[in-house]
Design a protein around this ligand. Structure first.
Ligand SMILES: Cc1cc2nc3c(=O)[nH]c(=O)nc-3n(C[C@H](O)[C@H](O)[C@H](O)COP(=O)(O)OP(=O)(O)OC[C@H]3O[C@@H](n4cnc5c(N)ncnc54)[C@H](O)[C@@H]3O)c2cc1C
Length: 409
């Protein structure tokens, strides 16, 4: 670290921390130090992400947030010298039930009101867009041409490069050990590499955001929930330009990756970790691929894509994205500890949401009249109302299990 005084210290160099740092710098606040205890940015949950970015959401606020993220990825791809590897291949959303068709109609009307391009396409058109897929008993397909995917590690590298170019500092191998308060507000952090004073600490520590908040005397229901996908070996006919896909009736999503099929899904019986059961210094529990769950994704997919059956897998993505009991991000400054700012609980879209989360955080701190949406994400909702871990973890798991019902991401 070249200096020891900053306006902002961002804790955590995953997609959220890097997206927040980028948004601050873009908002004319470059006096930022991002500290990451790993040797590089994006090494923990972010490196495991599938990288999908879907913009069709069930509310105007969420849709606009996702549109802002997609625009950021597009701009970085076009203008930055380090690229996020954004592939604007579009996406198809496939319905097998009347309920899903109704949901698509709603998504389409929200998209229309946000100026997001999207249309229902017939099965002939769907076959043209994804030739290897069998659309026989499909009831509807919703197409969004500006969706796509990026490579999560490339995205954080792009954010970092732009931040450093504009004057922010990134310090790897730097673990926050203590938060320093003076007269009830943030005055700095102590790290394994020395003390830094700052006006704001931004907690973007992912599955350790609970522990960082505890250092400031605050407690938030940030519940890590296991999530997995697999990637098959390369298969004929899978071009990287094929659209991403989501199948809400089967709770599956996917895209082409490394010439094979990346297939992930939301499990009907989610598994969570209790952050109180591991310390700040420890990693979240190790995950071994759960083949019973991964095979169940493959089985569901066979009807649509028979080639995926019993195909050799080249790798498994797995990790602990964090969920909140109300399925909303936790963004903004705590009114109990001034200067302590949350950027957590990203409910499994912290990569695609990263630029939008950063923008909301900037709005929460510096806008004289932040929107009702931004106010609704405040950490104060958990410090002012009573909650308990038993209920919070059940609710957070429920958000995961019904992901496409609630979030439509
Ligand atoms: C299998 C899988 C697939 C996914 N697919 C997608 C997808 O397609 N699209 C999408 O948007 N999202 C996806 N997600 C979710 C996404 O990965 C997460 O929402 C996102 O990566 C969370 O980013 P983060 O920055 O909050 O956390 P992390 O990436 O975990 O970053 C937190 C960082 O904080 C650091 N840290 C912790 N404690 C300290 C400390 N004391 N001092 C310094 N640093 C510290 C950690 O080392 C870590 O690097 C997926 C997740 C998984 C597991």
């Amino acid at each position: 670290m070249q200096k020891d005084k900053f306006e902002f210290v961002v804790i955590g160099g995953g997609a959220v921390g890097c997206g927040v740092a980028y948004s601050l710098v873009r908002a004319g606040k470059p006096d930022v130090l991002l500290v990451e205890r790993a040797d590089d940015v994006g090494e923990v949950t972010t490196s495991q992400g599938a990288g999908l970015c879907g913009q069709m959401r069930n509310s105007v606020d969420r849709t606009k947030l996702a549109m802002h993220s997609a625009q950021t990825f597009r701009d970085l791809e076009a203008d930055a010298s380090v690229k996020p590897d954004w592939n604007e291949v579009g996406s198809i959303r496939i319905a097998f039930s009347d309920e899903a068709v109704d949901q698509f109609d709603e998504l389409k009307s929200v998209a229309d009101s946000c100026g997001l391009e999207g249309e229902m396409i017939d099965l002939r058109e769907a076959r043209k867009r994804w030739p290897p897929m069998q659309f026989d008993s499909v009831k509807a397909v919703l197409w969004c041409p500006t969706d796509g995917y990026m490579l999560p590690k490339s995205l954080v590298n792009a954010y970092r490069h732009e931040c450093e170019r504009m004057g922010a500092q990134f310090s790897m191998g730097t673990a926050v050990e203590e938060i320093v308060l003076k007269d009830g507000r943030i005055s700095g952090v102590k790290t394994n590499r020395g003390e830094v004073t700052c006006r704001y600490v931004i907690n973007a520590a992912g599955a350790h955001a609970y522990h960082i908040a505890k250092l400031a005397g605050l407690e938030f229901p940030i519940v890590p929930v296991r999530h997995e996908y697999f990637v098959t070996v390369p298969l004929e006919g899978l071009a990287p330009t094929l659209p991403c896909f989501r199948i809400p009736d089967m709770t599956l999503y996917g895209r082409v990756a490394e010439g094979g099929l990346l297939l992930g899904g939301w499990e009907p019986a989610a598994l969570h970790a209790d952050p109180r059961a591991y310390s700040m210094e420890e990693m979240a529990p190790a995950i071994s691929p759960d083949w019973a769950v991964l095979d169940s994704f493959e089985k569901k997919m066979i009807h649509l894509f028979p080639e995926s059956q019993k195909t050799e897998k080249s790798r498994v993505g797995k990790g602990w994205p964090t969920f909140t009991p109300d399925g909303q991000f936790i963004i903004g400054e705590s009114s109990r500890v001034k200067g302590f700012v949350m950027a957590g609980g990203c409910n499994a879209h912290g990569i695609s949401g990263s630029a939008g989360i950063g923008r909301l955080l900037v709005e929460s701190l510096f806008d004289d009249a932040p929107s009702d949406y931004v106010k609704s994400l405040s950490p104060d909702r958990f410090t002012e109302a009573s909650w308990d871990w038993a209920k919070a973890s059940v609710q957070a798991r429920r958000i995961y299990e019904t992901y496409y019902g609630i979030e439509c991401c």
